[in-house]
Design a protein around this ligand. Sequence first.
Ligand SMILES: Cc1cc2nc3c(=O)[nH]c(=O)nc-3n(C[C@H](O)[C@H](O)[C@H](O)COP(=O)(O)OP(=O)(O)OC[C@H]3O[C@@H](n4cnc5c(N)ncnc54)[C@H](O)[C@@H]3O)c2cc1C
Length: 412
Amino acid sequence: MDGVVYDLCIVGAGLIGSAAARHATIISPAAKICLIGPKEPKTVEEKHGRTIFGAHYDEGRITRTLDPNPIWGVLANRSIARYRDIEKRTGVKFFSEVGHMTICNKENEDVIRMKEIATDLHVNFDIMDHKDVNKQFTYLNIDTYDVALLQSKGAGHVSPRSQLLAQQTAAHLQGCNIIDDVIVHVTETNQLNGSVMKLTTEKGDILYARKVLLATGGFTSFRRLLPPGKELDVQLKSQTVAFAEVTPKDAARLKDMPCVIRKMTQGGKYNLYMLPPIKYPDGKYYLKIGHGEQFETEFTTEKEVADWFRTEGLKSAHKPLLDMMFDIVKGVRPVRTFGDACVTTHTPSHLVYCDMVTPLLGVAVGGNGHAAKSADEIGKMAARMVIAGKWDHDLPADKFTVKFKNNATSKL
Ligand SMILES: Cc1cc2nc3c(=O)[nH]c(=O)nc-3n(C[C@H](O)[C@H](O)[C@H](O)COP(=O)(O)OP(=O)(O)OC[C@H]3O[C@@H](n4cnc5c(N)ncnc54)[C@H](O)[C@@H]3O)c2cc1C
């Protein structure tokens, strides 16, 4: 066996993989660690030459602790608490603390659960009716029979691109080797000194590692990464987002706008999420809206997913989404509008899989549309697990147990 044998190879340089790399270098400073995955395609040509994509090619993801699921609440809360330190250590800013508002029916069970979780995690929030909302945010409009829960501190949005850069910068400064390639095959092989993992890259290189963590998001089943016969039980769902470029005047007018999620309204209005005007790399400000289940389709093949990533999403959804946004955010005169596509990875438990598949191979996959804000704690949980070779976190292991398709339920 020639060349370097890594102690740990993390496959998938997305939000969870990059966070896991940073934590692994902290937990095991002397270990040889690498993080391998393709960079974001920057041009149309690069997108067309690509079949593997990530869910992090954007400037805005909502971050908040208020969540009806206590596990997601804890994962987010702990991640958010570390954002500023990561920014300080790396010089890369990614968190905008503009606050977060959930609009829903006051009788909804989710509201009751969110209140309990907020109390448990010592998170302050205000409950506002339509008059309170309109008084504080004169340009926001909610229905008279709904309420808004506002978390002003420790909530807002993160730039997934910058968060990824910050995590990778920190990991690299702590000795992690970052490699721009795709892994096409992972297999366990016996050497004189025992078993190691052999990884083959798309560029034709071979790497060896004593342990491997797969953080490959929606693409985990599309290469031979798991042992033969094992396929993760996940659903890949299409996401469409609509953007509205706003004038500098509107951007200034909406500068204190929080992120918004609307769900389970009394009037049965569609679930949606919105981000306030964010400055994109082209120097312009965009408002963004995405949907709940309403416009989702499920994908099963790599071709379906890759083709989808090259589109603007479901074109027929752009106008209804923008109409919903301007029903809540008043008086905006968009300069232009357009859409984009992405894919989310869902598990039956609605929680991320974080588990060992074999003693040398772990997975951290299944963000369920929630993992951008919580990637740091998920990465920590996964790094601790794969280094220890077993569960090593205070949250209960059984919440994160991996499940396979085709009745391949047991681990090896
Ligand atoms: C439109 C949209 C809006 C969202 N909004 C929010 C939000 O507001 N708040 C929130 O918290 N979350 C949100 N999410 C979810 C969040 O972005 C994801 O949960 C998160 O990105 C998942 O992280 P991940 O590391 O599992 O996957 P990814 O970020 O997709 O990273 C996986 C990485 O693995 C790489 N990879 C795959 N296969 C291979 C291979 N064979 N070899 C090497 N590398 C490989 C990919 O290139 C990719 O970089 C949103 C998602 C979408 C699509």
